[in-house]
Design a protein around this ligand. Structure first.
Ligand code: ADP
Ligand code: MG
Ligand code: MG
Length: 255
């Protein structure tokens, strides 16, 4: 049984105005096969949590720990985190000029597994996943994220998720900018990954819309750098009606 544990996580970020404390003591445990929705107002630190798990150099952990099956994630390089089974779908995916989708996937798969995938299975798997996600096969030969629409970027992230088969995925606003059809296709991809591989998921979202297609086991309300409330999926329904106004939103402190 795999588990991702976040304990009393405090994170600072360097800004032009000095160092600011963004995360102020986050505690969260995600077991394999569980879907945790992280919901909260803009600027509450949701992406900061995602970037910190991914190992982005701008975010400094000043207290607390992140453990994957007891292993210290914070001591791992970005590559080691991916090999250990962590996957991050970013809110703003980057373009990779000169690298096609198909080459990127194969390189990432090889790096993560420690050996190249067998050609026969791999080509079939890629085709199948692309077809599941209603992606045109010509898409595979385009450069990663170059000129992709918002929906294409998100589908491409889910394609990676399906093929790289991580143990835990952090999906940061994978729902933003998707029309209803794309939202359903992307959500089905996430549900498939959970069903097929027992993926554990941290689903970061500002809106409750995606939770009509992906049923969270737990909902956490993130406010001003920490979890202000947690519950089951009924909490998401309440947020849909009431919004975040009832939570006191304090500005993160300058430290
Ligand atoms: P959310 O994803 O919940 O909208 P973020 O984690 O993006 O929140 O941001 C939380 C706060 O931290 C915001 O006030 C934001 O301006 C600040 N912040 C996050 N990353 C950076 C950064 N790299 N440089 C400066 N400020 C940042
Ligand atoms: Mg604390
Ligand atoms: Mg964000």
């Amino acid at each position: 049984m795999s588990v991702l544990e976040i304990k009393n996580l405090h994170v600072n970020v360097d800004t032009d105005q000095g160092t600011r404390e963004i995360l102020r003591g986050v505690d969260l445990v995600i077991n394999e096969g569980e879907i945790h929705a992280i919901m909260g107002p803009n600027g509450s630190g949701k992406s900061t949590l995602a970037y910190t798990i991914a190992g982005h150099p701008k975010y400094h952990v000043v207290q607390g720990e992140i453990l994957l099956d007891g292993e210290n994630v914070l001591e791992m390089t970005v590559d080691e985190r991916a090999r250990a089974g962590l996957f991050l779908a970013m809110q703003y995916p980057v373009e990779i000029p000169g690298v096609t989708v198909t080459n990127f996937l194969r390189t990432a798969k090889t790096a993560i597994d420690g050996e190249a995938p067998s050609v026969r299975h791999w080509v079939k798997d890629v085709r199948e996943s692309m077809s599941n996600l209603k992606m045109d096969s010509a898409f595979a030969e385009r450069n990663v994220n170059e000129g992709f629409s918002g929906g294409e970027k998100k589908r491409n992230e889910i394609l990676q998720l399906e093929l790289l088969k991580p143990r835990f995925a952090v999906l940061d606003e994978t729902d933003s900018g998707l029309d209803v059809d794309a939202l359903r296709i992307v959500s089905e991809g996430v549900n498939r990954a959970k069903a097929n591989t027992g993926l554990g998921i941290m689903l970061i979202t500002h809106y409750t819309r995606i939770l009509r297609y992906i049923t969270p086991d737990f909902v956490h309300v993130f406010v001003a750098g920490r979890i202000a409330e947690q519950g089951g999926r009924e909490l998401a329904d309440r947020l849909e009606e009431e919004g975040y106004d009832r939570y006191q939103v304090a500005e993160p402190a300058v430290v």
